[in-house]
Design a protein around this ligand. Structure first.
Ligand code: 5GP
Length: 187
């Protein structure tokens, strides 16, 4: 179990803070890291690929996997289910990789219960105003969904002190490198 812990990084942060971009940069500059591809019932965005960005499931299939005990953790976020499949972690760690989980705060707490020595990082936006600007520029959610995500963001920011590290995302590459440095210094 302990070996698995040391090869897991959990990254959380409010929607729009740039988690996905930062994580893509980490994977691009350091081949030790791979992404845990989450399952979700959310609708696929046009730029997303099934099996790469997410494993897109119907609610029925998601619930079946919950009942079959396939999830390490799962949650309901803004009316959609999201979850980490145990297999994503086990297979990738066995293959010698460090697995990066990009998940919200409740999921992070649940992963920490199972793998207490995993590394948890909260990615903070420079400000809530900047976060809203990024969410609107992204153009993937309508106004009511943006409001819902902004509400969720202020809730999530309240959990940041429960993470091992808080990293501010001002510039993507610099932020990705800080996370890699934290991982190496913790090892
Ligand atoms: P989005 O819809 O923007 O892709 O994701 C919404 C939120 O769900 C984000 O905070 C994202 O990190 C989180 N999320 C993605 N996958 C998982 C997962 O497997 N488990 C949990 N708990 N949250 C997830």
């Amino acid at each position: 179990m302990n070996n698995i812990d040391k090869n897991i990084i959990v990254i959380s942060g409010p929607s729009g803070c740039g988690k996905d971009t930062v994580v893509k940069k980490i994977l691009q500059i350091d081949q030790r890291f791979v992404l845990s591809v989450s399952a979700t019932t959310r609708e696929r965005r046009p730029i997303e690929k099934d099996g790469i960005d997410y494993i897109f499931l119907s609610s029925q299939d998601f619930i079946q996997k919950v009942n079959d005990g396939e999830f390490l953790e799962y949650t309901l976020y803004c009316n959609n289910y999201y979850g980490t499949l145990k297999q994503q972690i086990e297979d990738k760690v066995k293959a010698g990789k460090v697995v990066v989980l990009v998940i919200e705060v409740e999921g992070a707490q649940n992963v920490k219960k199972v793998y207490p020595n995993c590394l948890t990082i909260f990615l903070a936006p420079p400000s809530l105003e900047e976060l809203e600007r990024r969410l609107r520029n992204r153009n993937t959610e309508d106004d009511s969904k943006i409001k819902q995500r902004m509400f969720k963001a202020s809730e999530e920011l309240g959990f940041k002190s429960s993470y091992d590290y808080i990293v501010e995302n001002n510039e993507v590459e610099e932020c990705a490198k800080s996370i890699i440095n934290i991982f190496d210094s913790e090892k």
